[in-house]
Ligand binder design. Structure first.
Ligand code: ZN
Length: 112
């Protein structure tokens, strides 16, 4: 076995997981988008609070979806597994735990 950062088999596994995650995020977003918050419904503070919760959740889901889509694009481009900050390898264990990770562990907590 050659020592490559990420074997083709492993990359395929991660791609499968990313694609499943993308489908899950998209359906969650579709579900949220399908909730009725039309004006005839109610104008109460409770609805407003629920709507802002949903908005916050939708924002998180969209962010996650962007990470997943970027990871898939990087798999296609052959740049997957490289840290976006330092360019070093992210590491297989981290990618296993978080396939859409953009940064290596060392850079993950960096604030720039
Ligand atoms: Zn890094």
């Amino acid at each position: 076995m050659p020592e490559t950062p990420l074997s083709a088999v492993r990359a395929q596994e991660l791609r499968d997981r990313l694609e499943a995650e993308r489908a899950r995020l998209r359906s969650q977003l579709a579900e949220i988008g399908g909730l009725a918050f039309d004006e005839g419904f109610a104008d109460s503070g409770q609805v407003t609070a629920e709507k802002s919760e949903v908005d916050a959740l939708a924002g998180t889901l969209r962010e996650n979806l962007r990470d997943v889509e970027d990871a898939l694009a990087k798999l296609d481009a052959g740049t997957y597994g490289s840290c976006e900050r330092c360019g070093g390898p992210i590491g297989e264990a981290r990618l296993e735990a978080m396939p859409a990770a953009r940064r290596c562990i060392a850079c993950a907590s960096a604030r720039d």
